[in-house]
Design a protein around this ligand. Structure first.
Ligand SMILES: Nc1ncnc2c1ncn2[C@@H]1O[C@H](COP(=O)(O)OP(=O)(O)OP(=O)(O)O)[C@@H](O)[C@H]1O
Length: 306
């Protein structure tokens, strides 16, 4: 399946510059997590991909070509504001939406049955959407995005408000869809989930992509950190060049060094003051990387949330 390219998008709403030169791509079979604080531009980007909004500049390409209405019909989209008819029955609604995507009546019904079973809402197909809990409505919304076997998935905060079982079901489905070859793009504020599910991550801040890559690539842009368990007080690190204390809890310190190799002097300093129980590289989580990237950008451009 082809690749999605989002190339140098810009968009403003009046005086609010929502996107500036936003660029990233999602490969076939890749799960891409789109993260950023409230109002950073994720929904705007997704709406432009869908053609619901027009960009002021830049382009969205599918298989190297600008996205046209025929391609848009092959996208499975879960909008942030959701988009189900509250008074329509779940089964009727899913069948109707699948028909709009061009499925025959029989295929639409089959797809509705398959996806409501897979997503655990098969028993609710005879109920009006408005009678379902919000989490179950969300499962139906995901089913609506999937009944036409889309070539690409674009999901705006699909995990928000889901219970743990629903999170697992949703995660499995996203993995299955990517294994089928579809590029999967989703936004989320749940960084632990993004870390677990995504092949690559894009961090957007005030409409600009400030980091894109695998978790390991993002980690490499940070200075190395080492865990040192042993020295009983703070003074042991003073005098060690190119190293500084990041945090400390009891005898356990996290030390940042400027470059690979600089940690050897840290170990020597720790051994000089006594026994070292642990000396190991620290692997920052996505939440750590996110905090770092966002706060660095804050201090550089003094930008705040708009
Ligand atoms: N229709 C609109 N009119 C005016 N400004 C808008 C409109 N839609 C979005 N904005 C502004 O554009 C910026 C980007 O908003 P967007 O909804 O894309 O962010 P987001 O990253 O999806 O946020 P969230 O995580 O809160 O959903 C914000 O400053 C927002 O206030």
């Amino acid at each position: 399946m082809p690749r999605l390219d989002v190339d140098s998008l810009s968009k403003s709403y009046g005086t609010v510059q929502a996107l500036t030169d936003t660029t990233f791509s999602v490969d076939p079979g890749e799960v891409f997590g789109f993260v950023g604080s409230n109002g950073s531009g994720k929904t705007t980007t997704m709406r432009i991909i869908l053609g619901v909004l027009t960009a002021d500049g830049g382009e969205v390409r599918w298989d190297g070509q600008p996205v046209d209405p025929a391609v848009r019909r092959r996208i499975g989209y879960m909008p942030e504001e959701r988009g189900l008819y509250p008074k329509m029955k779940v089964g009727d609604q899913l069948t109707y939406l699948a028909r709009l995507y061009g499925l025959s009546s029989a295929d639409a019904k089959d797809a509705m049955t398959r996806w409501t079973e897979r997503l655990g809402v098969a028993e609710r197909t005879g109920d009006e959407v408005q009678k379902l809990s919000l989490g179950n409505q969300q499962r139906v919304q995901l089913a609506a995005a999937l009944t036409h076997s889309p070539d690409l998935l674009v999901l705006d905060e699909p995990f928000s408000g889901l219970d743990p079982v629903a999170v697992e079901v949703m995660s499995e489905v996203l993995n299955e869809e990517s294994a089928r070859g579809a590029p999967v793009l989703f936004s989320s504020h749940q960084l632990d989930l993004v870390e677990r599910l995504c092949d690559r991550v894009g961090i957007i801040k005030n409409g600009r992509m400030v980091a894109v890559g695998t978790l390991d690539e993002l980690r490499r842009t940070d200075k190395p950190q080492w865990i040192v368990d042993g020295p009983p007080d703070d003074g042991w690190l003073s005098g060690v060049e190119r190293a500084r204390l990041v945090s400390r809890e009891d005898t356990r310190s996290v030390v940042e060094v400027d470059a690979e190799g600089d940690e050897q002097a840290v170990l020597e300093a720790a051994l000089r003051v006594g026994h070292v129980r642990e000396f190991s590289p620290s692997r920052p989580s996505l939440a750590d990387l996110y905090r770092h990237v966002v706060s660095t950008e804050d201090s550089e451009d003094e930008g705040g949330d708009r």
